[in-house]
Ligand binder design. Structure first.
Ligand code: PHE
Length: 341
């Protein structure tokens, strides 16, 4: 009987020369070398007779042989599997499958808003939908007993009053300011949640887009100019805007902005309740308390912020009269937006 070492060397030489011409030959290789009745397995049987002092060396050689054979088998069977796949499963001459469906109107408008503000140099920021009290309220200057913290508005998670679904995208302002990289010019589009009864005008989940600009010497005039640009880009070049004084804990001064009704052009109709104006957003100069809570020196820096509901402006733009339509996935509604980008 040949010594084991010679047998291993001979087999190794054999398998290294192996070059399969077909799938069948790969299978023959497997049967001849790798199967239970194969030559390598037989050598493992012989191994039992090897004297203990040679076992270590022989064991190593044997394993090397086995691994090499496996590697050659894998490589060659892969090559043929790929080939077969190509021939039998993908027929590139078939016509493409028709994809039905389109973008949701909220996505269309969100993209549109992103591109309007990106043209002004804003970049998109994101934050978590599950927030803590600090980012959603405290840093934004909400007094301890402010009604917005109340169970009626906020969805709390679990028993802790510190973990809740964000009620507005203003929480993203705080997260960006905290990072301390100035100046800041961001928009933050995203979902928000409020514990409200669902109706044609309100929903417990909706989308907002927040804007924040912080630098040295930012003024209310900058805010007006930005929002004026946005209104004309979004609703059309004839659009007029007006500001009314308002209150938000996190801005001082605060305002609400109306746009001229794009349905009647300001003459008066049932959409604008015959006033010619529709309220679309809240805005103001960032309250110094908010800047300080986020580690920004309010003597050196100032900024403005604004926030609006995406559903609301989408309803105005496309004359949709029921907010619930956005969440029901009724194809008859969604199909009407197929043609828009
Ligand atoms: N966060 C406010 C809201 O949800 C909107 C807002 C944002 C107002 C930024 C002023 C500045 O109603």
């Amino acid at each position: 009987m040949l010594p084991m070492k010679t047998k291993i060397a001979a087999l190794l030489a054999d398998i290294q020369q192996f070059q399969a011409q077909s799938k069948e030959q790969v299978e023959e290789f497997r049967l001849k070398y790798l199967s239970k009745k194969g030559l390598i397995h037989a050598l493992f049987d012989d191994f039992k007779q090897v004297p203990p002092e040679n076992r270590k060396e022989m064991g190593m050689l044997l394993n090397e042989l086995k691994n090499k054979a496996q590697e050659i088998f894998d490589r060659q069977s892969d090559a043929f599997a790929g080939d077969q796949h190509h021939v039998s499963q993908i027929d590139t001459s078939l016509p493409a499958v028709e994809v039905s469906g389109g973008r949701h109107p909220i996505s269309i408008v969100r993209r549109n808003l992103n591109s309007i503000f990106e043209r002004l140099g804003f970049i998109i920021a994101e934050g978590p939908e599950i927030e803590d009290d600090f980012h959603n309220f405290t840093a934004l200057n909400f007094p301890e007993e402010h009604p917005a913290r109340d169970m009626q508005d906020t969805f709390f998670i679990g028993k802790s009053p510190d973990v809740a679904l964000r009620t507005h995208t203003s929480s993203v302002q705080v997260r960006v300011m905290e990072q301390g990289k100035l100046p800041i010019r961001i928009i933050a589009p995203g979902r928000v949640f409020r514990n409200e009864a669902i109706s044609a005008r309100a929903h417990c989940i909706f989308h907002q887009i927040e804007g924040l600009y912080i630098d040295k010497e930012v003024s209310f005039a900058d805010l007006k100019q930005t929002l004026y640009f946005f209104a004309r880009e979004f609703f059309g070049p004839e659009t007029r805007i007006r500001f009314r004084p308002s209150y938000f804990p996190f801005t001082e001064i605060s305002a609400e902005m109306d746009v001229s009704c794009n349905i009647c052009g300001g003459k008066g109709c049932n959409i604008c309740k015959y006033s010619g104006w529709v309220e679309i957003l809240g805005c103001g100069m960032v309250d110094p308390n908010v800047l300080e809570a986020c580690g920004i020196d309010s003597k050196e820096y100032s900024g403005y912020a604004f926030g609006m509901g995406i559903e609301r402006i989408t309803m105005m733009k496309y004359q949709i009269n029921d907010l619930r339509l956005f969440f029901e996935n009724d194809l008859r509604f969604l199909k009407q937006f197929d043609q828009l980008v």
